[in-house]
Design a protein around this ligand. Structure first.
Ligand code: SF4
Ligand code: SF4
Length: 467
């Protein structure tokens, strides 16, 4: 849709409200940063696709078992009660991201963001099947003949298979992946599993195959607010204007001074390799995902021209202006301090975590009863959760009032790893021992297998006061 300009004299000027996306065909690039990106991509994809297949202590090493409300992470079992640790982990991840952005700009976007990593792999598949950027462009502009459909069909087939494998792996983090694989082979997947495999698979296919740079430019909130974390000492990818301008072509090996030009030969390769289609020579732009492809290609050009590398490079604004760059500055200290405090808190929490949860529920129907023997009796139901990685056997005792008697199982209470049991108990006491209508008592539960595993839990004992 377009709007005609209001001014008659400017009738030819139209303001476009919506512009159709023009597909970007980034040229293949080789170099140090391309190799680093490949390394990061291999490591991250290896972790994503490999992790669910690793077993640990007889369990899937990482499994978010939502129906059972348990998260297994390398021998540790987390419950909804452990939400605190998850929140700490999220805070650490957020602060670390802020700190790395302040230090190194869009390092996350260029090397580790799932959108970048999957887009890279989809582009790699595309280049292997369709050929380089020139071939792709030519095919897209050419006739829709049989070869066009064969090549495109093969590419989309490969993308779809990869997407479905991605979706399958995603579901494998929530349903034991070995069982999922067996169900898949016997064509017996449940409706939810099927839905999520297709949903996640198609989301990947759409985002990495089609949307690509549009996700970074129009959808990603991080791209919008990260500039708030940038300062003049943040590492950015920048074109050295002083050295590069005025730009112009010349014969290979010609010294720039001889032709009265800067070192930029205006070859346009930095634009051709850019996955978001911008020109780094126009200055720092929010669309730039910091992939460093323009550095690699420009270094290659500089090598061929016999000029020093680094016309496009990682630098800071201060450095470009000839000022010193400060790596550790006040805001970095603030991030380091917060990170240290929260990480220490998380470590302390994990090291002192008791993998046993006890809920004591008093019988609410009656406050207390009197037995035929004249004793006062309270009824409790204990809910015991063994959050340990191994089965446990517990013993129980109650203290706080003299002469308490526990009626019910107090020894050899067996609970499987990750299991919950209900333990009904009655506690009796001679009313003479009661000093108040509500007395505090203490349940002490300890493992008969693991000496350090014990927990104390308070409860109230109700009864009449003897006169
Ligand atoms: S690749 Fe380097 S030399 Fe070529 S246009 Fe870009 S900045 Fe100039
Ligand atoms: S400008 Fe350079 S670093 Fe930024 S996205 Fe384009 S190629 Fe990557």
């Amino acid at each position: 849709m377009s709007q005609p300009a209001a001014n008659k004299n400017d009738a030819s000027i139209e303001q476009e409200l919506y512009k159709k996306r023009e597909k970007i065909y980034p040229r293949e690039v080789h170099g140090i940063f391309a190799a680093l990106r490949l390394l990061a991509m291999g490591a991250l994809l290896g972790i994503y696709y490999g992790l669910p297949w690793i077993n640990w202590d007889g369990h899937q090493a990482v499994l978010f078992d939502l129906p059972a409300r348990k998260f297994h992470i390398f021998g540790l079992t987390f419950w909804p009660q452990d939400f605190f640790y998850l929140s700490m982990l999220l805070i650490i991840a957020a602060i670390a991201l802020f700190m790395f952005t302040a230090l190194a700009g869009r390092l996350w976007c260029g090397y580790a963001c799932p959108q970048t990593v999957w887009t890279e792999i989809y582009m790699w598949i595309e280049q292997k099947i369709e050929g380089g950027s020139k071939k792709q462009k030519k095919r897209d502009k050419g006739p829709r003949d049989a070869s066009y459909f064969v090549v495109k069909g093969t590419k989309h087939g490969a993308w779809l298979l990869f997407s479905l494998w991605t979706g399958f792996t995603f579901v494998g983090y929530f349903t034991p992946i070995q069982e999922l694989w067996t169900s898949f082979l016997s064509w017996n997947l449940g409706p939810w599993e099927t839905f999520w495999i297709f949903f996640y698979g198609f989301a990947t296919y759409g985002n990495a195959g089609f949307m690509r740079e549009q996700v970074c430019i129009y959808m990603c909130p991080y791209a919008r607010f990260q500039s708030a974390m940038f300062d003049h000492d943040t590492l950015v990818i920048s074109y050295d204007e002083k050295r590069g301008n005025p730009r112009g072509s010349r014969k290979r090996g010609t010294p720039s001074a001889n032709v009265g030009l800067g070192d930029c030969i205006d070859c346009g390769l930095c634009v051709q390799v850019c996955p978001v289609g911008i020109d780094i020579r126009d200055g720092l732009q929010y669309q730039c995902i910091g992939c460093a492809a323009c550095i690699d290609v420009c270094d290659d050009v500089m090598d061929k021209m016999g000029y020093p590398r680094g016309l496009v490079k990682y630098t800071t604004e201060n450095s470009l202006q000839g000022k010193p760059t400060k790596i550790i500055r006040p805001r970095i200290w603030v991030y380091i301090s917060i990170l240290s405090i929260v990480s220490a808190g998380l470590m302390y929490g994990l090291l002192t975590r008791i993998p046993l949860e006890v809920d004591i529920i008093r019988d609410r129907n009656v406050l207390y009863t009197e037995t035929d023997m004249g004793l006062v009796q309270n009824v409790y139901n204990l809910k015991l959760i063994n959050m340990d990685a191994q089965p446990q056997r517990f013993r129980l005792s109650v203290s706080g009032l003299e002469g308490l008697q526990v009626i019910g199982q107090t020894e050899g209470i067996e609970i499987d790893s990750g299991a919950v049991i209900d333990l009904p108990l009655r506690i009796e006491i001679d009313p003479i021992a009661l000093k108040s209508t509500s007395s505090e008592i203490m349940f002490h539960i300890e493992s008969e297998i693991t000496p350090d595993l014990s927990i104390d839990e308070h409860a109230r004992f109700l009864g009449p006061v003897s006169r």
